[in-house]
Design a protein around this ligand. Structure first.
Ligand SMILES: Cc1cc2c(cc1C)[n+](S(=O)(=O)[O-])c1c(=O)[nH]c(=O)nc-1n2C[C@H](O)[C@H](O)[C@H](O)COP(=O)(O)O
Length: 495
């Protein structure tokens, strides 16, 4: 001990499976008994046994994780960090290249659309972070189709409409929003930015846009709610825990903190196989740590490592229980066919999100917009279109994509990766610009199709034959490919 604090040497003595102490945010924790329970496996903890684990811990775990899940008797107290030997970081040529590219980054003004942010983020993000955010399942066919499907729908604009005044505001789950998109739930915000999801909270406030708070956020739920301002609206995205008491507590707390919608994710009874994420091994599984054979293989990437709590037994019979524990509107996120939308109406859900999780789950699942084109006529046929709010997400990169969804009958549209990339590359100013670009595009395109308000947007403004003809050939998505393989993207300054 030194001056009543543990020293680095005290902690370093406990560096094995039999006695494992780690340091997080300047405090020591005895995690020996916790090792077999760690959702991310033992290897990653043992890699930091006896050492400072803060850098690895930070992006994956909300700050209150240890207070919430590690018995107080294992909290060993403050460490005199001056006595902790910080490991010499071996020279990492990849990191050096990344820093060099960051030094030549295009200015924010060089980003003219959401794909530009993707192109820049791909160059400046850490490999593991880019891998996690950009990953789709398997061959990423659904992920690409999400965006491509919008190119199968063409507009039938009306002319000589007085479009001097445009009102793009709308109402989603009873909340008046200035524009019909929301920030959808995406996990691990601190992989892209040290402040994580609160960056999205602040940008959403600037544009009066709803934010959906992810269960698997890097920030704690309360940090994200505390970051909201005034009457800013947030929804909760819920991965249902096998332990329903934990789920009950999360839902009740969210309602108490003012969340205005419960989005139950129903397309992920098991997280999909995101091979870019797996390939980046999220942490070096080759670390020289011997751990028990029952260990979760960290080479499965972050996704698998953080999702073992999700209940694959979740079913329709759980809906009445959810209705009994909350008065928040209940929306099923990840619905992918007409039959399940009709069933959601019958069991009294308030909404659905037609989504395939950004192509990160079932490969060759259809795009949300394609399912929407099937769902809305079925609801109208039954006179049910007012009984449920229908949202869509996946592949939305232009205001024309949003307009197509609204013309088909969607209430609103969720956007994920673009805001993550904008945040990762340029912080809050990036997200702010991304939202403003969408707003500017929205105003222009509403004028060009002859619509002055969301109420004017209807199926007669669209030609959807390309969609309904199944998977016809689509125009090649040069801009999208350009971002993915940055051929046409903001130029990095010369070396
Ligand atoms: C990009 C991304 C999406 C995630 C996401 C994480 C990332 C990095 N995560 S995940 O780690 O488990 O897969 C979530 C999540 O926490 N919960 C959820 O309901 N959807 C999750 N989604 C899906 C998201 O809510 C939207 O359905 C999807 O992002 C929409 O597609 P775009 O990214 O193309 O806008």
């Amino acid at each position: 001990m030194s001056a009543g604090k543990l020293t680095g040497a005290d902690v370093a003595e406990h560096n094995s499976k039999d006695s494992c102490w780690v340091i997080v945010h300047g405090k020591a924790y005895d995690v020996t008994e916790f090792l077999p329970e760690h959702p991310g496996g033992q290897k990653i903890i043992l890699k930091y046994a006896g050492k400072d684990a803060t850098e690895e811990f930070e992006p994956i775990h909300p700050p209150d994780t240890l207070d919430k899940f590690l018995d107080k008797s294992k909290h060993l107290g403050a460490v005199d960090m001056g006595t902790v030997e910080q490991e010499e970081k071996a020279f990492d040529p990849e990191e050096a290249d990344r820093q060099e590219r960051i030094s030549r980054m295009p200015s924010l003004a060089a980003c003219y659309n959401l794909m530009d942010f993707e192109a820049v983020a791909r160059q400046v993000m850490k490999k593991t972070a880019w891998a996690y955010y950009s990953s789709g399942a398997d061959d990423e066919i659904t992920m690409r189709e999400n965006h491509a499907a919008f190119h199968k729908i063409w507009f039938r604009p009306r002319i000589l409409v007085d479009v001097e005044h445009i009102d793009m505001s709308t109402t989603m789950l009873g909340t008046k929003c200035s524009i019909p998109f929301y920030v959808t739930a995406t996990a691990l915000g601190k992989l892209g930015h040290p402040e994580g999801e609160v960056v999205l909270t602040k940008a959403a406030h600037r544009h009066n846009v709803v934010q959906m708070i992810p269960t698997l956020a890097s920030c704690s739920f309360d940090e994200i709610v505390d970051a909201k301002q005034g009457d800013q609206v947030q929804w909760l995205q819920l991965y249902v825990n096998k332990d329903r008491e934990i789920t009950r507590k999360i839902v009740e707390h969210a309602e108490k903190r003012g969340c205005k919608g419960l989005f139950i994710t129903v397309d992920a009874p098991q997280l999909g196989r995101r091979e870019k994420d797996m390939r980046s091994k999220f942490s070096d599984p080759g670390s020289n740590v011997q751990a028990g054979g029952d260990d979760i293989d960290r080479t499965q990437g972050a996704a698998r490592a953080i999702s073992s709590f999700i209940d694959p037994a979740l079913s329709w019979k759980d809906i009445p229980w959810f209705k009994s524990i909350t008065r928040m509107p209940i929306v099923l996120k990840g619905v992918q066919c007409v039959e399940d939308v009709l069933r959601a109406v019958e069991v009294g859900c308030d909404g659905v999100v037609l989504s395939n999780h950004g192509g990160r789950q079932l490969e060759t699942a259809r795009s949300g917009i394609e399912v929407l084109a099937e769902v809305m006529p079925a609801l109208r046929e039954r006179g049910w279109e007012k009984r449920i709010e229908v949202f869509v997400d996946g592949g939305v990169r232009r205001a024309t994509d949003i307009l197509k969804a609204l013309c088909l009958g969607a209430t609103g549209v969720g956007i994920g990766r673009p805001f993550l990339y904008a945040m990762s590359a340029y912080g809050i100013d990036g997200v702010d610009r991304a939202m403003q670009l969408l707003k500017d595009e929205m105003e222009m395109n509403m004028r060009l199709i002859g619509a002055t308000s969301v109420a004017d947007l209807n199926p007669s403004l669209l030609d959807t034959r390309g969609l309904l003809g199944g998977h016809s050939v689509v125009p090649s998505d040069t801009l999208g490919l350009g971002a993915y393989d940055p051929l046409e993207a903001p130029r990095f300054n010369e070396k």
